[in-house]
Design a protein around this ligand. Sequence first.
Ligand SMILES: NC(=O)c1ccc[n+]([C@@H]2O[C@H](COP(=O)([O-])OP(=O)(O)OC[C@H]3O[C@@H](n4cnc5c(N)ncnc54)[C@H](O)[C@@H]3O)[C@@H](O)[C@H]2O)c1
Ligand SMILES: O=c1ccn([C@@H]2O[C@H](COP(=O)(O)OP(=O)(O)O[C@H]3O[C@H](CO)[C@H](O)[C@H](O)[C@H]3O)[C@@H](O)[C@H]2O)c(=O)[nH]1
Length: 337
Amino acid sequence: MTESKTILVTGGAGYVGSHCVAELLERGHQVVVFDNLRQGHAAAVPAEAAFVRADLADEAALSRLFGQWRFDAVFHFAALSVVGESMRDPHAYLHGNTVTSLNLIRAAVNAGVTKLVFSSTANLFGSPARIPIDEDEAIDPGSPYGESKFIIERALHWADRCHGLRSACLRYFNAAGAHPNGKLGEDHSPETHLIPLVLDAAAGKRPHIEIFGDDYDTRDGTCIRDYIHVCDLADAHLRVLDALEDRSVRYNLGNGTGYSVREVISSVERITGRPVPVKVGPRRPGDLPVLIASSERIRRDLGWKPRFAELDSIIGSAWAWRSAHPLGYRGLAAAAE
Ligand SMILES: NC(=O)c1ccc[n+]([C@@H]2O[C@H](COP(=O)([O-])OP(=O)(O)OC[C@H]3O[C@@H](n4cnc5c(N)ncnc54)[C@H](O)[C@@H]3O)[C@@H](O)[C@H]2O)c1
Ligand SMILES: O=c1ccn([C@@H]2O[C@H](COP(=O)(O)OP(=O)(O)O[C@H]3O[C@H](CO)[C@H](O)[C@H](O)[C@H]3O)[C@@H](O)[C@H]2O)c(=O)[nH]1
C-alpha cells in the first residue's frame, strides 16, 4: 500500500487527465483538478476530487492554488493539443502552451514541489530515423504543437538543474479508448481524433469518415499510428509517480504496434458490425506518415506493460462509452439535473 499523496492535476477534466484522476482516487490519493473547461467537462471530475475552474494563464489563480494546498506532485495535462490547428495558428500553441506551462513550473518551484509529470507527445519525432521510436531518437517536432511540447520539456530540464524539480516527460503516442467503468470516455468539441470520428460514422452520426491522404509511403497509403489505451497511460503515470525520486526521466508510451487509418476503420466495422462510409481527401498539414513507439525503457524501468494491447480491445472500450453516452458528458450532465 503506497502512502496517500496530494496531487494537482491540470487538465483533469479532459480526456487523459480524467482517467488519471480516477486512477489516483482509486489508489487512495487526494486530487485537486485545475481546469478552465475550455475542452474538459465538469461531469468528468468525480465528487471526491476538489475542482478549481481557472486558467493557467492566470498567475493570481495559480498563486492562490499553491497557497491553499501543499502538493506532493503535479500532473500537467492542460494544453491545446490538436496538430492541425497548430499548423493554422502556430502562435496559439507556441505562446499559449509554453507560457501557461512556465507559469505552472514557476509556481510549483516557488511552492517547493519536487515532482512533476508532463504530457508530452510523439509529435516531437518529425523525422524518425528508426521505427519503433525510442527515447534516443532525434527531436525534430512535426508541428508547432510538437515544438511547444519540446520547449516545455527543455524548461523542465532546467527546472531540475536549477531548482531540483524532478520531472517525467511522457511522450504519448495516440491515446484512445475509454474507462471500463463506463463513466469516463473521449468527448472533444469539435472532435478531431480518428477513432471517435470513425465510431460516429459507423453509428450514422456522420455521413462518412474522410481519410486524410492515401498516398503516404505506407502499406496501404494511409498514415500509421500507435494507439494506446488511456487507462494504460494512467497506469504509467501512477508508476512514474511512485518511482520519481533522484533523477528526471522521459519515456515514450505506446503499444509498439502501428495501425493504418484503413486498419482502424476495419476494426471499427468488426467491433460495431456496421459499415463505415469512407471518402479520401487530401493530406492534413502537420501529419507524419508513421509513428510507432518503442516503450522498452518504461517496461524495463517500471515494469509497465499495456493491459489493452490489441486495437480491437481499445476500440471496443471506446464503442462501449460512445454507444452508452451518445451525447457524451452533455448527456450525463443533463441526466444529473
Ligand atoms: N489525446 C492524445 O492522443 C494525446 C497524445 C499525445 C499527447 N497528448 C497530451 O496529453 C494532454 C491531454 O490530452 P487530452 O487528449 O486529454 O486533451 P483534452 O483537451 O481532453 O484535455 C486538456 C484539458 O486541459 C484543459 N485546459 C487546456 N488549456 C488550459 C489552460 N490554459 N488552463 C487550464 N486548463 C486548460 C482543457 O479544458 C481540458 O480539460 C495534452 O497535454 C496533450 O497535448 C494527448
Ligand atoms: O478525420 C480524420 C481524422 C484523422 N485522420 C488520420 O488519423 C490519424 C490519427 O489522427 P488523430 O487526429 O486521431 O491523431 P494525431 O496523430 O493527429 O494526434 C494525436 O497524437 C499526437 C501524437 O502523435 C498528438 O500528441 C495529438 O495530441 C494527438 O491528438 C492521422 O494520420 C490522421 O491523418 C483521418 O484520416 N481522418
